[in-house]
Write a protein that binds this ligand. Structure first.
Ligand code: SF4
Length: 58
């Protein structure tokens, strides 16, 4: 499982509020890959909540 944030990210902060173990906001959202496996529920919720669909789960 791999989680990526595309350049469409507008750094709104929603993913970090929903799943701060995995997402943090710099110029755009960045992913803490090592935390993904233990946090898939909130990763999916963050992806579903992203206003520009920038979170890609592969
Ligand atoms: S929710 Fe989407 S647009 Fe907002 S910071 Fe996260 S990845 Fe970027």
């Amino acid at each position: 499982m791999s989680v990526k944030v595309s350049d469409d990210c507008i750094a709104c902060g929603a993913c970090e509020s929903i799943c701060d173990a995995v997402f943090s906001i710099e110029d755009k959202a960045v992913v803490n890959e090592s935390a993904v496996a233990d946090n898939m529920d909130c990763v999916q919720e963050a992806a579903d909540s992203c206003p520009v669909s920038a979170i890609v789960i592969e």
